[in-house]
Design a protein around this ligand. Structure first.
Ligand code: PEP
Ligand code: MN
Length: 457
């Protein structure tokens, strides 16, 4: 997607690390595969398959993250909580891309900063769960752990971990990626034609007028620059788009960890930008061990129980050389706790002079259940967490460099509130997520507009 960058000399090869060294550490959230030989056969096949991303794309993204760390870019990371194999379908993929492009347009225009665009897709198939078993009435079955592990249906057969699903996950990720790359290379993201990414809802949305004004003003700016330069402005007809997922299922990640000609070290080539979830971020755990040796930019979710000292030790392990672009902390505290939990962390990292990108996940600290059993999130809480994040960073002398959101381009009703004031009753109408509730297209755009209102110049 961007210029290759060569980096032939090791900065510091991780001591005692190998793609399999995580196996010597406690690995939480791993499925129990019933047949070890079937598991080995699937992994052997996976190790032979081509990678999904390239090292030069990874370097290009790392550079963009480094720029975001310096306040020269803003990161937008979004997508489903969990992709499903059945969602690998052109309409769903292009609608998700459209809403992310629209949000990034709003952010670029309002913040006057280039945006780093990262999807939570093309591999977001593994889910951590709070319990190993799910009980309904008299029946207990293994929890659903994402389509790469088992099936969501509540039957004994669907819930058995099946290693062949890793091959399907690889194939579906490749298909998703292929379609996104083709759309972008074909001009889908061309700033001359924001109408390509128009979703049918735009016309009747309460946000339509504001959005259309922004589109027109960008169109004017593009035409003005072209008139001024006398030639077509380059780089406005194509953009970079990167992928990310929670690298939870370590056997899968290990099989896609590769060396690359003329580069030192190892790369996770299943995604550009893997992250470690809150439940698997222990310093001496398998996930931190695996992440320490790969050269990708990496992120860690930071929840309300993390202590300042823990965070500094994670930096020691994951970014000992203070490499630009390497490490992102995604805080997910919840609107009710962020004001008390975040400042001591910001202060500790700032005092130590450590280089990280701070990103706000405004979703995972704000999940609640309704009386009729839906997992939901209130738009007002999501917005409040984003807004407080900007203020708390400003007060601490640090910078909020991006947002991480669970969203979809579909017209779902999973989070309450927003411009259409969805209520708990609306949840029944179009609740489709198999795991966490997502912002629908309109609520997503509304968050982007609110960020601009809060921060725009
Ligand atoms: C997620 O991102 O879907 C997730 C499970 O987040 P966290 O690890 O922050 O709870
Ligand atoms: Mn989630």
């Amino acid at each position: 997607m961007s210029t290759p960058e060569r980096s032939l000399q090791p900065v510091n090869l991780a001591d005692g690390w190998s793609p399999a060294s995580w196996r010597g550490r406690p690995a939480l959230q791993m499925p129990q595969y019933p047949d070890p030989s079937a598991l080995e056969a699937a992994l052997a096949e996976l190790r032979q398959l081509p990678p999904l991303v390239t090292s030069w794309e990874i370097f290009a993204l790392k550079k963009q993250i480094a720029e975001a760390q310096e306040g020269q870019r803003f990161l937008l990371q979004g997508g489903d909580c969990a992709e499903n194999f059945s969602d690998c379908e052109s309409g769903t993929i292009s609608n998700r891309l459209k809403v992310l492009l629209q949000m990034s347009l709003v952010l670029v225009h309002g913040l006057r900063l280039p945006v780093v665009r990262v999807g939570r897709f093309a591999g977001q198939y593994a889910k951590p769960r709070s319990t190993d078993l799910e009980t309904r009435g008299e029946v207990s079955l293994p929890s659903y752990r994402g389509d790469v592990v088992n099936g969501p249906e509540f039957t004994a057969q669907a819930r058995v971990p099946d290693p062949r699903r890793m091959l399907t996950a690889h194939a579906r990720s490749a298909m998703t990626m292929n379609f996104v790359r083709a759309l972008i290379d074909g001009g889908f993201a061309d700033l001359h034609h924001p109408e390509y990414w128009s979703l049918s809802w735009v016309g009747c949305s309460p946000l339509a007028e504001d959005y259309q004004k922004m589109v027109n003003s960008i169109g004017d700016a593009v035409r003005f620059m072209e008139t001024l330069a006398g030639v077509e402005v380059h780089n406005l007809n194509r953009i970079d788009f990167y992928t990310s997922h929670e690298a939870l299922l370590l056997p899968y990640e290990e099989a896609l960890t590769r060396q690359v000609p003329r580069q030192w070290g190892w790369f996770n080539l299943s995604t550009h930008y893997p992250w470690i979830g809150m439940r698997t971020a222990a310093l001496d755990g398998a996930h931190v061990e695996y992440f320490r040796g790969i050269r990708n930019p990496v992120a860690i979710k930071v929840g309300p129980s993390v202590q300042p000292d823990q965070l500094l030790r994670l930096i020691d392990v994951l970014n000992p050389d203070d490499e630009p672009g390497r490490l992102t902390f995604i805080h997910r505290m919840g609107a009710a706790q962020i004001a008390s939990k975040l400042p001591p962390l910001l202060e500790a990292v700032r005092r130590d002079g450590r280089r990280v990108l701070w990103v706000c996940d405004a979703m995972h600290g704000n999940t609640e259940s309704t009386a009729n059993g839906y997992k939901t999130r209130r738009f007002a809480n999501i917005l409040a967490e984003v807004e407080q994040s900007f203020d708390l960073h400003a007060a601490a002398g640090t910078r909020l460099g991006g947002v991480h959101l669970e969203l979809t381009g579909e017209d779902v009703t999973e989070c309450t509130g927003g411009a259409r004031e969805l209520t708990e009753v609306d949840l029944e109408r179009a609740y489709r997520s198999t795991v966490d509730p997502r912002l629908n297209y309109e609520q997503s755009l509304e968050i982007a507009m609110a960020i601009v209102r809060k921060q725009g110049q």
